[in-house]
Design a protein around this ligand. Structure first.
Ligand SMILES: [Cu+2]
Length: 252
C-alpha cells in the first residue's frame, strides 16, 4: 500500500510538472514530498528527475553555476513574496528549510545545470500554504514600474521598448533612496541577479547583470519569450547587504 501511494505520487508529480512546463521538451521534473504545509517554518524535501535518462538527479549530476549547485526560487501567486535559496543534497534527497508566514499558492522552482550535457533546466511545482497571515488578493495585478526600492537601495531601469523574442539590452542604475552612493559588490558571481516571471507566474527567466564602464551602472541582456506583464525581482549587494527590489515591466 505504501509503495503504491509513493508510485502514485511520483506519477502525479511528473504529470503536473509537465503541464506547467513551458519548454518544448521538459528535461527535469521536481517531485516534492509535500504539496501543502502550515505557514511557518518549512522543511521542503524533493527529488529531481532526469526525464530523459529516467534517473534521480544527485549533486554529482549537476555543475556549479553562479557559485551554487542548485538554485531554488519561491514566490506566491500574487507575485509579492519572493525567496531565492540554495538547497543541499543529503545523499538521498534535496532539501531546503525556509519560512513562509503568509497563506497562498506558491510557485517553487529548482534551477540548475546538468553535468552530462551542460544544459540548464528549470523545474517547478506548487506549494499551498495555509493557517498563516491572510493571502495576498488575487488576481495578480502588477503596477508597471521600471524604478523601485527596498527602502534603502533603489534601481532604475532604462525605458527602452522591450519586444518579445528579441534580445533586449537594458541599462540598470543602482541608487539609494537617501541620495548617497551605493557600494555594489558581486552577488553569486554577478553584479545583480534578475528573476523575471510572467504575471500568471508560470514562466521564469533568471538573468545576470553585467558591469558596464560606468560605476553603479550595469547592463541587462534578456530575451522575453512572450508579450505581457512581467514581475522582476532584482537582487544585489549594497554595502554587503543583500537587497531585493521588485519592478514590473511590459513586453510587447
Ligand atoms: Cu541562486
Amino acid at each position: 500500500m505504501k509503495i503504491y501511494s509513493t508510485i502514485l505520487l511520483v506519477f502525479f508529480a511528473i504529470f503536473s510538472s509537465s503541464i506547467m512546463a513551458h519548454e518544448e521538451t521538459q528535461k527535469v521534473a521536481l517531485e516534492p514530498e509535500i504539496f501543502s504545509n502550515q505557514a511557518g517554518h518549512i522543511t521542503y524535501t524533493f527529488q529531481l528527475i532526469d526525464l530523459e535518462k529516467k534517473t534521480l538527479i544527485k549533486d554529482s549530476d549537476l555543475t556549479i553555476e553562479n557559485e551554487k549547485i542548485l538554485h531554488f526560487i519561491a514566490y506566491d501567486s500574487a507575485l509579492k513574496d519572493f525567496q531565492h535559496l540554495h538547497p543541499t543534497y543529503n545523499g538521498k534527497n534535496w532539501f531546503i528549510e525556509f519560512d513562509l508566514k503568509r497563506d497562498g499558492d506558491y510557485w517553487i522552482w529548482a534551477q540548475g545545470t546538468l553535468a552530462r550535457n551542460q544544459s540548464e533546466f528549470s523545474a517547478s511545482n506548487k506549494l499551498s500554504i495555509m493557517g498563516g497571515i491572510e493571502a495576498y488578493p488575487l488576481p495578480t495585478e502588477l503596477e508597471l514600474t521600471r524604478s523601485g526600492s527596498d527602502s534603502v537601495s533603489s534601481i532604475s531601469l532604462s525605458d527602452s521598448k522591450i519586444t518579445a523574442k528579441k534580445a533586449a539590452m537594458l541599462n540598470l542604475k543602482f541608487l539609494r533612496t537617501d541620495g548617497t552612493t551605493p557600494v555594489i559588490s558581486n552577488y553569486l558571481g554577478a553584479m545583480a541577479h534578475v528573476i523575471a516571471v510572467t504575471d500568471d507566474g508560470d514562466s521564469i527567466i533568471h538573468v545576470h547583470v553585467m558591469n558596464s564602464s560606468n560605476t553603479n551602472e550595469g547592463m541587462l541582456h534578456a530575451t522575453f519569450e512572450s508579450a505581457g506583464k512581467y514581475r522582476l525581482w532584482i537582487q544585489f549587494l549594497d554595502n554587503n547587504v543583500l537587497r531585493v527590489v521588485p519592478l514590473a515591466i511590459e513586453v510587447f
